[in-house]
Each structure stands twice: as structure tokens, then as C-alpha cells.
Design a protein around this ligand. Structure first.
Ligand code: AMP
Ligand code: MG
Length: 472
């Protein structure tokens, strides 16, 4: 069956200031590594010819209705403003309307240079492509808003990083690729008309109920607050929360040096480039607020009375920390089996995290073990945990469904760093068994599965991954 993608493109109609049209570089010998059938079904993408899919999802063949372009954006990278970033190794093929009635971008990542590539080659290698595939799909199954992965293709080319590595292209699906940095791009250039056009487009696409720029700001705040709380609840560290990696839709985007924590540490950092710990685990809520303030600064510039708007925008931003905390508390209450609300819950949860931190406990496994009644066995010295447990038991007395709630809120499996590394190593050597098995098991992360014990186990000391890399 010939591949069919029902394109319905809207971003391309915004005009030439928003992007540069660009064709992908044709891959030499593309071969399909993986194709996400359930996602294809949602997007109404049909076809079963693997050779054709490899050509389309590497950029060698441009499918009917596609209109490839690289999007322009700016962004604060580690706090420093860069007025010109843009898709340096990504191309938007176009958009489709899913079965759910929602609009989705289909984008190739790693298909060659664009006018925004700067010194980069526009390529990706197999490691980050498989990493993003597994982690983004795991995030989706965990219930965290995220971009998704439709396909991974090996290009048959060598990509040069520290040495030669096998090239690959990832097909990313997002409810859009509008970023805080997209707004900053036009604001920094003083292009007020374009900023207005972008604002209207973002409202129509994501928050049709919003009236004007400040209501858009409020809607993005709410979406981002929910996202950050969700990250915290599964121990996810994004690693590069630059404003260009902060999506307007509130989806997790730009999987680079991200990682899930094994051992709980509030100040955990994995990214090798995050030397100051700006994007450490517990800093993520603060950074999300900072990013929202940058969006506000950009949005305000289109208003007739920017001075007046500052006050309202400030109030919108100032409300964000407590919104994150409310959602965080709701999620963590569920993680310890609580449906009712009582004063002292915040302290109870914070004290558990403190006990976990002192006991060097595995974040995912302790929470899961609470449901299974085996948490005490996981501490070398259980004294602190036992004291906490007796407080918790008392608090739990009013709860009806504690175990069921905990099992639905505490995953058995997360994409652990050391397994991701092992998976990349075996895939580079030509064996995709672990890649496929991780994908399979992580589709239902809240359900214990036979033969997946290795994916549940924390790393041995010699397996611990201490640093992750953008690796693009
Ligand atoms: P990221 O860290 O993935 O958010 O990327 C930051 C910026 O660098 C974006 O504008 C990317 O498009 C660009 N970039 C990253 N890697 C490459 C590459 N290999 N070639 C060209 N541009 C790149
Ligand atoms: Mg980025």
C-alpha cells in the first residue's frame, strides 16, 4: 500500500518571515528501524511498504502534500539570549488532523542542514534518535504531555561527532513546534505585526478560548504548570530548559540530555553542559516561571499599552509557583495513596522525600513499593522510613482505595539511564532487541510484566550513568 499522509498545512501560510523553505538532504541508503503503528493510526497515516517509509521518513522522498520548511526562533540558552536559533537539524514536513480532531506537526529531525544550522551538520546519529524514541513514547504512556515519535530510520551514512557514528533520522510529532523562543524571535526584531500574527495563530491552534495576548500567557502558564508537576512526579529531569525548548502547548519537547533519576536527589543534574546546575531536578519549577516571564516580555510588546499590561502579566507570572505546587501536591498525594485532603500532607510528602534522600533510595521503586508494602526492605537503614511509615499509616486510615491509587500513580518501569545506554550500545552493534523490548514494556509502565525484571532494577554502582550529552 502506498504511503499516504493526509497533510493539511497551516504554519506555511503565516508567511516567509516565519520560516525558510528547505528540502531534506537525501539519505544514501535509508532503512526503517521502527514505525509507531498506533500513532500512525491516530494521525491517519497509512502504508506498509517499509522501503517507501524509510525513504519518506529519512527525507529522501518528499510525500505528496508535504511542504518542508525550517522554522525560525530565538531563545535564552542557559539564561543568555540568542536572537537567532531556528531549526538547525529539523524540517517540518507539514501538519495532519488526527482522528481525535487535533492538529499535529510531522517533523524530520536529522535530515540535513538548514539556513539555521550555524556550525552544525544538521544530522543526528542513532543514539539520540533511539533515546528520544524510547523516552518520548514512555513519557506518553506515563501520562506526561509530550511530543511523540512516529518513525526512526537509519540513513546508511556516517555522522561525525567525536568519531564516526551511524546516522539516523527521527520523525517527531507535536501538537505544534511553537516555542517561547518563537515569540522572542519576533519581539527581539521589533516585528510587531508578525508577533500579532503569531499570537493569533497560537491562540487559534492551542487555546481558542483565549482572548488576546495576556489570556494566551495565562493558558501557557497553566499548561506549563501541569507539565512541570508531572515531570517532578516521575523523577524526570529535562536537562535543557532553554526558552527555545519550552513549548507553547505545554508538551515536553527537545529530548536532549534528559534523564529519569534513579536515586532521589533534589539537586540531581545529568547534563554534561549544565555545569552550574541551572536545570537541576528541583530547580525545574523556578525555571519554568522564569521562562514564562520571558514569554510575557515578548508578548507584551504587541500591546497598545505595554506599561499597563506589565501589571497584569506580573500577576499571571506570580501565580505560577503556587499553581505548580497545587498540582504537585495533587499528584504526590496520589503517589502515597491519598484521595482526601488534610493539612500536613505537604509536610508528610516532603518528609518522605527527605527520608529517601538520606537513605539514598531509588525514587521509582520506593513509591511503587509503598503500594506493594515492601518499601522498608529497600532501605539499608530503615529507621527514618519506619518513623515516617507510622505517620503515613495513621493518615491512610480514612482512605478507601489507597493501594489501587498508588498502583495507578507509581510506575513499575521508567526508561532508566543505564538501560538506555545499553540499548544504544547494542543497537549500534546491530542488535535492536533491547530497543524493541524497552518500547514494548514501557507502553504499559504501571503494569508489572513477566521477563522485565532487568528494566525495574536500579543500576549497580558500576552501571550508574553520571552524565548525559546532547549528542546531536
Ligand atoms: P537543542 O539543544 O537541541 O535545543 O538545539 C539548540 C539549537 O542548535 C537548535 O537551533 C538546533 O536546531 C541546533 N542544533 C543542534 N544540533 C545541531 C546539528 N547537529 N546541526 C545543526 N544544528 C543543530
Ligand atoms: Mg531545541
Amino acid at each position: 500500500m502506498v504511503l499516504h499522509i493526509p497533510f493539511d498545512n497551516s504554519y506555511a501560510q503565516l508567511g516567509s518571515g516565519f520560516f525558510t523553505k528547505q528540502s531534506p538532504e537525501p539519505a544514501i541508503a535509508p532503512s526503517l528501524i521502527a514505525f509507531n503503528l498506533p500513532l500512525a493510526d491516530l494521525l491517519q497515516v497509512t502504508g506498509n511498504d517499509r522501503a517507501e517509509m524509510a525513504e519518506v521518513f529519512s527525507g529522501k522522498q518528499i510525500p505528496a502534500g508535504a511542504d518542508p520548511l525550517a522554522q525560525a526562533y530565538a531563545g535564552h540558552q542557559f539564561g543568555n539570549f540568542n536572537p537567532q536559533l531556528g531549526d538547525g537539524r529539523a524540517l517540518l514536513l507539514g501538519e495532519v488532523l488526527g482522528r481525535d480532531g487535533k492538529r499535529y506537526d510531522i517533523q524530520l529531525k536529522g535530515s540535513g542542514r538548514t539556513p539555521y544550522s550555524r556550525q552544525g551538520d544538521g544530522k543526528a546519529w542513532l543514539g539520540p534518535v533511539l533515546r528520544e524514541y524510547v523516552i518520548s513514547e514512555a513519557m506518553h504512556a506515563l501520562g506526561v504531555p509530550t511530543t511523540r515519535t512516529l518513525a526512526a530510520v537509519a540513513t546508511g551514512e556516517t555522522v561525525w561527532r567525536e568519531g564516526g557514528l551511524p546516522g539516523a533520522v527521527l520523525t517527531r510529532v507535536a501538537s505544534s513546534h511553537l516555542r517561547v523562543g518563537t515569540f522572542q524571535y519576533f519581539a527581539a526584531r521589533g516585528e510587531t505585526e508578525a508577533l500579532k500574527k503569531l499570537t493569533a495563530y497560537a491562540i487559534q491552534r492551542h487555546y481558542p478560548q483565549a482572548r488576546g495576548a495576556l489570556e494566551l500567557l495565562r493558558a501557557v502558564r497553566d499548561a506549563q504548570a501541569g507539565l512541570i508537576a508531572a515531570w517532578m512526579s516521575v523523577g524526570f529531569i529535562h536537562g535543557v530548559m532553554n526558552t527555545d525548548n519550552c513549548s507553547i502547548s505545554g508538551e515536553t519537547i527537545d529530548y536532549g540530555p534528559c534523564a529519569f533519576m534513579d536515586q532521589y536527589r533534589a539537586d540531581q543534574v545529568f547534563s554534561s553542559i549544565d555545569r552550574m546546575g541551572r536545570y537541576a531536578f528541583a530547580n525545574q519549577p523556578k525555571i519554568a516561571v522564569w521562562n514564562l516571564a520571558q514569554l510575557a516580555t515578548a508578548l507584551i510588546q504587541q500591546l497598545d499599552n505595554p506599561q499597563e499590561a506589565v501589571e497584569e502579566a506580573t500577576a499571571i507570572i506570580h501565580a505560577m509557583p503556587s499553581l505548580i505546587e497545587v498540582e504537585w501536591l495533587r499528584l504526590f498525594r496520589r503517589k502515597i495513596g491519598l484521595e482526601t485532603i488534610a493539612t500536613g500532607d505537604l509536610e508528610l510528602i516532603s518528609d518522605l522525600l527527605q527520608v529517601m534522600s538520606e537513605g539514598e533510595a531509588d525514587f521509582t521503586n520506593i513509591f511503587r513499593a509503598l503500594a506493594e508494602g515492601t518499601a522498608v526492605e529497600q532501605f539499608k537503614d530503615p529507621t527514618g522510613f519506619e518513623a515516617w511509615q507510622s505517620r503515613w499509616m495513621k493518615r491512610r486510615q480514612v482512605e478507601q482505595n489507597a493501594e489501587a491509587i498508588m498502583q495507578a500513580s507509581n510506575p513499575v518501569y521508567i526508561p532508566r539511564n543505564h538501560k538506555i545506554e545499553e540499548m544504544i550500545g547494542t543497537a549500534v552493534a546491530g542488535d535492536f532487541t533491547l530497543f524493541e523490548r524497552m518500547g514494548q514494556v514501557l507502553q504499559t509502565p504501571y503494569v508489572e510484566q513477566d521477563g522485565a525484571e532487568d528494566l525495574r532494577r536500579p543500576p549497580e554502582p558500576n552501571e550508574v550513568v553520571r552524565a548525559t550529552f546532547c549528542g546531536t
